[in-house]
Design a protein around this ligand. Sequence first.
Ligand code: BGC
Ligand code: CA
Length: 438
Amino acid sequence: MKKALALALATVMMLGLVACGGGDESTSQSGNTSGSQGDTSTATVANKDKPLVWFNRQPSNSSTGELDMEALTFNDDTYYVGFDANQGAELQGQMILDYITSSIQASIDAGEEITIDRNNDGIIGYVLAIGDIGHNDSIARTRGVRSALGTGVEVDGAINSDPIGTNTDGTSTIVKDGEITVNGTTYIVRELASQEMKNSAGATWDAGTAGNAINTWSASFGDQIDVIASNNDGMGMAMFTGWSQANGVPTFGYDANSDAVAAIADGYGGTISQHADVQAYLTLRVLRNALDGVDVDTGIGTADDAGNVLSEDVYKYVDEERSYYALNVAVTAENYEDFLDSTVTYAPVSYQLDAETHPTKNVWLNIYNAADNFLGSTYQPLLQKYDDLLNLKVEYIGGDGQTEGNITNRLSNPDAYDAFAINMVKTDNAASYTTLLG
Ligand code: BGC
Ligand code: CA
């Protein structure tokens, strides 16, 4: 009884404080004294103690993939938000394998030649567009495709994810020929070529480079190419519109950008949704929670006062890595109609927060490359919807995809912000940002 009374009293007191401070929509510059709103609501918060979220590019060693725990634990309110790269990579590989198998089966059932084997040589040839050889998501996807198709070669317990250049004769030692058996007949699966899609200025995941690559590859061994696999939809769509659509070759990407999903109706093979609607929410939500001084699980695993909550089938949190990972879903001809607009917020977390109890805060956020298809056409539009729902005033900075300096130059006044959301150019470079925060 006593305890309940004390609790009720405390609640009343808190509400009182909130009411006093609630009308004050000012930022950390104002000397707002409503301390009950959380640790960052006074002007005394040092930049090094402000909430920080890394997203899309996880602080890590670009050669070994080892997580940069120093960056991930920069302060008590630091997190990473991304998606489960291995689960998604497995899905992508399986989606491609299923497509090949059922296409062969369909030809057998129809009593035709195997149409997916375009030159009828018994080899299912594919080419692979690699996004960034030093990005763990890209590495995982390359491994996922090779693992599912049986073309991976293990080095030190993990599948080699290096690009092969060309391998039309099957002699590469980085990959090997795989096999698929359907109805008692075995077909060889060969990675004919793969390349990191980096342009001459240094931008990775570069769609233009992928478009050039498919032109070069198709000109020299076009009739051997039966399938295209791409680490993302931006590169995938460049290859699809540039060559594969006209030649009836399925292209498989990743991200479920709206244009790629729509292209499934025209022969794009499929893509993976990395649940950007959940990631964009988490990116801003962890900041909101720290700014409100509430438990980080609020509005995530535990419903908030507006009813926002995520269920376990769409994300997971790994405490040792200080990381939230959204889960992936395959998008194919069977279900693509449900994914046509990649910029719709996720309904269970689309409730507006109350502006009195969650007053406006200022956030500095950067996108590593303003020209990145996924971040530009899917992620940022989602962030812009969630920032309203979460009462965050976000300043969006678009980088050139090549140097951190192009971005950090525009973080000259960190004092003006309550929190930071960072998307690095290179996963090794966390310190370029944290040094600016002191
Ligand atoms: C996306 C890519 C994007 C990259 C940028 C990945 O998660 O799938 O499309 O280019 O992030 O870092
Ligand atoms: Ca063939």
